[in-house]
Design a protein around this ligand. Structure first.
Ligand SMILES: Cc1cc2nc3c(=O)[nH]c(=O)nc-3n(C[C@H](O)[C@H](O)[C@H](O)COP(=O)(O)OP(=O)(O)OC[C@H]3O[C@@H](n4cnc5c(N)ncnc54)[C@H](O)[C@@H]3O)c2cc1C
Length: 386
């Protein structure tokens, strides 16, 4: 006799909810994936720019080989060929006036590659490099103390000098944690370093979508359907109904109730809080949901009449702009678009704080100026659209 399938309802079809839905559908569960919006993807959603017709994402995304669940999801959906994967971690660091430094870990396998990459950086003094290596050794042996302190406090405790903090640690922390080093958790940073950057060559290499993130997830509805599961769009959960300390059902926007054997929330903490705030006395974790703080990320797309750089991407130092991504080098695109707009870049500013209060046009002017200083050969390029 075959056992009947258990049912699971997942709230939110962002990447977390989608990964859970695929994994459970593959493991003999009947899944209903509920999404409030008219399309899935959540913060990894995509759209078409109305002026240029360019297919864009809600901000340039970069991943690493350590995104194990994400990569498994993409392989399951059969869209992994739409990812560009580095052979080994290589990151260009660019000063405000264009001086270049390459962190290249490809010359030796594993940690030896990371060590050689650091030793080859020109902008960092030898004494700082040695302090970095001593920190790396302590990290490898699990001897780094990081309880309840910020990443900056930890780096200072392990004698990381100013040049290496400014030119290496701060850009890395902003990129992976979206918050400055003096606010980032040391424990989380250690987790990222151990799993990605200082793990093995495969985990540390960077990965970019060659098409939109929406293209990566396009096969999701069919995949779920073929396994007896379903993605329901325009289905906003309005209330989580709890009885006797257990979830009894969910009420959705059309007034209907959905009952399942199990329920998973894959929505951000503030949104989950709205759905179950009546029950904070029974469940202390509900109260804790209000303690999460959020950090702004700014994403800027620019189109030029000329190529700005041949580099695929890089970290910018001493500028408001933190990362540039050359979309003409990284992405497949319609040839007529690259002819009309040979220069097309995405810029990212993490931990952007109050930057969202300045007008977009001002921010674009700052970034345009910084790019032309960092890539002096492009000073004549005309900004056509942003
Ligand atoms: C500009 C930008 C750049 C980024 N760059 C990177 C990067 O380079 N690398 C990286 O790793 N990460 C990056 N991120 C972060 C990454 O996008 C998120 O961490 C990830 O998408 C979060 O996925 P999630 O599924 O947890 O949540 P979400 O994407 O927020 O998904 C939650 C889903 O739940 C739905 N929902 C909410 N409430 C309800 C409800 N009541 N009923 C039903 N559905 C509901 C929402 O509509 C949404 O679709 C970036 C984010 C942004 C905004």
């Amino acid at each position: 006799m075959t056992e009947s399938k258990k049912s699971v309802v997942i709230i939110g079809a962002g990447v977390a909810g989608s990964a859970a839905a695929v994994e459970l559908s593959d493991n003999n569960f009947n899944v209903i994936l509920l999404e409030a919006r008219k399309s899935s993807g959540g913060r990894m959603n995509s759209y078409i720019d109305p002026v240029t017709g360019e297919h864009l994402d809600n901000g340039q995304h970069a991943m690493t080989g350590a995104y194990v669940s994400f990569l498994r999801l993409i392989r399951e959906l059969g869209t992994h060929q739409l990812l560009y994967t580095q052979d080994a971690l290589k990151v260009l660091f660019l000063d405000a006036d264009g001086v270049r430094d390459m962190f290249d870990t490809s010359r030796l396998p594993g940690k030896a590659g990371t060590v050689l990459g650091m030793l080859s950086l020109k902008g960092i003094s030898w004494s700082s490099k040695l302090k970095f290596l001593s920190f790396l050794a302590k990290l490898s042996s699990g001897k780094v103390l990081h309880e309840d302190i910020t990443a900056l406090e930890m780096l200072r405790r392990y004698k990381q000098p100013a040049d290496i903090i400014i030119r290496f640690w701060e850009p890395l922390i902003l990129a992976v944690m979206n918050i400055p080093a003096d606010q980032a958790s040391a424990a989380l940073l250690i987790e990222v370093l151990n799993r990605a950057f200082f793990a093995d060559a495969e985990s540390s290499r960077m990965i970019f979508p060659k098409q939109t993130l929406g293209d990566l997830f396009g096969a999701l509805p069919e995949y779920l359907k073929s396994r007896g599961s379903a993605l329901k769009l325009n289905a906003r959960v309005k209330k989580i109904n709890i009885e006797n300390e257990r979830v009894r059902s969910l009420t959705i926007n059309d007034g209907s109730e959905i009952v399942a054997d199990y329920y998973i929330s894959a929505i951000p903490p503030d949104q989950l809080l709205k759905l179950c705030s009546d029950h904070s006395e029974e469940f202390p974790f509900i109260e804790q949901l209000s303690e999460y703080k959020y950090s702004t990320i700014a994403s800027i797309y620019l189109w030029y009449d000329n190529s700005i750089t041949e580099d695929a991407f890089g970290a910018m130092l001493g500028t408001q702009t933190q990362w540039f991504f050359n979309r003409r080098a990284l992405c497949n695109c319609d040839p007529s678009l690259s002819e009309k707009y040979p220069g097309h870049l995405a810029l990212t500013i993490s931990g952007a704080g109050d930057l969202n209060k300045i007008p977009n046009s001002e921010l674009v002017k700052i970034c345009d100026k910084e790019l032309k200083r960092a890539f002096p050969n492009s000073s004549d390029a005309k900004l056509l659209h942003s």
